[in-house]
Design a protein around this ligand. Structure first.
Ligand code: NAD
Ligand code: ZN
Ligand code: ZN
Length: 396
């Protein structure tokens, strides 16, 4: 089959690789009809080289048609249409029973101290081949794949694999009070959808921050009050306080992660981190091209005292500093983690109808054949050409 494989930093290629086969009796093989490119794939593309092997198949947002089922599968038959959650959860362990599928004890990757295995996310997360390919082996055929109707094009359902549950959980964890306010940092696919979900679930004011004009205008069209970071620079926190009686928003959803692009942020960084030497030290620590203030710092700055930060963006570890003084002093509540995808599906499914309140049918900006994936990665990373969400169509 054809599949998108990793070969080095910013070097992904479409190669011919062996077809997946049924290994465990409860496996199913899915012919992938649609599969997304995600901001999380950009971490692999740019940063996580040491955890990748040449030839690793990427992709964790997939849906398609069941092609083959293992002898132990009871609920699916070839021809069924399914969406595949990005975390590989068994559905029967203690954590899955708690709705914490991202911590599934059956597929946990203990070697690196990680939670559940993920599709297409290297040896860090269980070395499971990904879904940017013509076919995908999916374990736990009776509990993991989500069976969806045949009544609408793929894009109606595809985002159940990641974007929708991730945005839904981000809003849930943000705990926005009725009639309250939230700032969404980052208006990529995840932040954009989180802003839509926040409005849908009753937030009175949703502020959205980015520095890409097309992403700002896309959010504005859906009722978000947008703030352009490129203009505001380190005045972002002050601007948000101006708009909220001097306090900051009740909640902040941080949908950027470790590869934040930013302005100088010096004044704001000082306010958040406390001492200037701290900020200077941080500057030395952070990666080239990333300034002294992380998007997480911006979240700490923007949230009101006693408010909540819901952290969706991915961070890499010790290199990412945590402003403990401000978190403590502002009495900030913090929730985070990978989306428990399977947990939220039942709540979201009723919204995927013809009234389309979240705008999923038109969410993709680019639908492309798998062969164009390398170019799409490049453009998506550069945030050019109005590209926000790319859907690849390998097995059609
Ligand atoms: P993306 O890269 O398209 O979006 C990030 C956006 O942030 C971009 O639009 C960028 O212009 C903007 N940005 C950069 N620096 C900023 C700053 N300082 N302030 C405000 N905005 C800034 O990616 P995405 O697909 O939307 O994903 C966003 C993050 O969510 C990534 O870190 C991704 O790994 C993570 N993610 C987490 C989960 C989860 O389960 N927790 C699931 C999916 C994605
Ligand atoms: Zn994703
Ligand atoms: Zn489990």
């Amino acid at each position: 089959m054809r599949a998108l494989t990793w070969h080095g930093q910013r070097d992904v290629r479409v190669d011919t690789v062996p077809d997946p086969v049924v290994v465990d009796p409860t496996d199913v093989i899915v012919r992938v009809t649609s599969t997304g490119i995600c901001g999380s794939d950009l971490h692999l593309y740019e940063l996580f080289g040491p955890f990748l092997d040449a030839g690793d198949i990427l992709g964790h947002e997939a849906m398609g048609i069941v092609e083959e089922v293992g002898p132990g599968v009871r609920t699916l038959v070839p021809g069924d249409r399914v969406v595949v959650p990005f975390n590989i959860s068994c559905g029967t362990c203690w954590m899955c029973g708690q709705g914490l599928q991202s911590q599934c004890e059956t597929t946990q990757v203990t070697e690196y101290g990680m939670g559940a295995s993920l599709f297409g996310y290297t040896k860090l997360y269980g070395q499971v081949p990904g879904g940017q390919a013509e076919f995908l082996r999916v374990p736990f055929g009776d509990t993991l794949p989500v069976k969806v109707p045949d009544d609408a094009p793929d894009q109606r359902y595809l985002y159940l694999s990641d974007v929708l549950p991730t945005a839904w959980q981000a809003v849930d964890y943000a705990g926005i009070p009725p009639g309250g306010s939230v700032t969404v940092l980052g208006l990529g696919p995840i932040g954009d959808m989180a802003a839509r979900v926040a409005l849908h679930r009753g937030a009175a004011e949703v502020l959205g921050v980015d520095l890409v004009p097309e992403r700002l205008s896309r959010a504005r069209e859906r009722g978000v009050r947008t703030l352009d970071l490129a203009e505001l620079g380190d005045g972002l926190g002050d601007r948000i306080r101006d708009l909220t009686d001097g306090r900051g928003t009740d909640a902040v959803i941080e949908a950027v992660g470790m590869e934040a692009h930013g302005a100088p942020f010096t004044k704001a960084a000082q306010r958040v981190t406390g001492l200037l030497p701290d900020a200077l030290g941080r500057k030395l620590m952070t990666k080239a091209g990333v300034d002294s203030m992380t998007a997480f710092d911006a979240a700490v700055d923007a949230v009101r005292r006693g408010g909540t930060i819901s952290l969706v963006g991915v961070y890499g570890g010790a290199v990412d500093p945590v402003p403990m003084r401000s978190l403590f002093d502002k009495q900030i509540q913090l929730r985070m983690g990978q989306a428990n995808v399977r947990h939220w599906v039942d709540e979201i499914l009723p919204l995927l109808d013809d009234s389309d309140p979240l705008g999923v049918d038109e969410f993709a900006t680019h639908v492309l054949p798998l062969e164009e994936a390398p170019q799409a990665y490049e453009t998506f990373q550069a945030k050019r050409d109005g590209m926000v969400k790319v859907v690849l169509t390998p097995g059609r």
